[in-house]
Write a protein that binds this ligand. Structure first.
Ligand code: PGA
Length: 247
């Protein structure tokens, strides 16, 4: 059985000064949720603080990005080793906002995935088609290409995948549970071809894109949806707690 994994991606939200109280409340409210992985992915400047506030709890902490070089003259970048060193255990890699606004390519994402895995940071590898691509009916080709290029030489057992249709992110337009399930199944079948059945069956695939308290239950009821990567709704305590406690 695949263990459910719910992650809150704060993006560029919440000041460090607003963060400790928020996280301490979450830790209390979710202290009995032991049958699922719960992750918080705050901005870099709040990571240490969140790691500290989550110490000894069932909540784990991750970054939203890493750089693929080990160290050196890369002004403004943060390495996987640094994140590991301060107690982060995960990192989002290849989020569509990074692909779209920061021009990250499949090749860069592949290097980042390998770097993260090499230091023992678990990547959440994001992929998903844009609206124009879905309208053209080429969403499977797009996702297959992202998958094969991104995963070249990557050990599947060391990562989590997040299917996030770009048209559903931050728009309030969630994919229907059936549409999402279809793509998750497609991803799993593709992974079976690229790797093998056992690995494809064991990898966890999160859905992301306007996940809310009122759609989480039907999404999680799908056989190939193993969790959620939650943006906007993770910024509010009540909605994030309800999402983590999906039924
Ligand atoms: P959203 O973001 O939940 O605000 O749509 C999801 C994501 O980008 O990971």
């Amino acid at each position: 059985m695949r263990r459910p994994i719910i992650a809150g991606n704060w993006k560029m939200n919440k000041l460090p000064s607003e963060t400790r109280g928020f996280v301490e409340s979450l830790v209390k409210l979710l202290s009995d949720a032991h049958d699922r992985d719960i992750l918080l992915m705050p901005p870099f400047v709040s990571l240490s603080l969140v790691v500290d506030a989550c110490q000894g709890s069932n909540i784990k902490v991750g970054a939203q990005n890493i750089y693929f070089e080990k160290e050196g003259a890369w002004t403004g970048e943060v390495s996987a080793d640094m994140l590991k060193n301060i107690g982060a255990e995960y990192s989002i890699i290849g989020h569509s906002e990074r692909r779209q606004y920061f021009k990250e390519t499949d090749e860069m994402i592949n290097k980042k995935l390998k770097r993260a895995v090499s230091v023992g940071l678990t990547p959440i590898f994001c992929l998903g088609e844009r609206e124009v691509e879905r309208k053209k009916g080429i969403e499977r080709d797009v996702v297959y290409q992202q998958l094969t290029r991104g995963l070249l030489g990557v050990e599947l057992e060391k990562i989590v995948i997040a299917y996030e249709p770009v048209w559903a992110i931050g728009t309030g337009k969630t994919a229907t549970p059936q549409d999402a399930e279809e793509m998750h199944l497609f991803i799993r079948e593709s992974l079976q071809k690229i790797y093998n059945k056992e690995l494809a069956e064991s990898v966890r695939i999160q859905y992301g894109g306007s996940v809310k308290p009122d759609n989480i239950d039907s999404l999680m009821a799908q056989p190939d949806i193993d969790g959620a990567l939650v943006g906007g709704a993770s910024l509010n305590i009540d909605s994030f707690v309800r999402i983590v406690r999906f039924k």
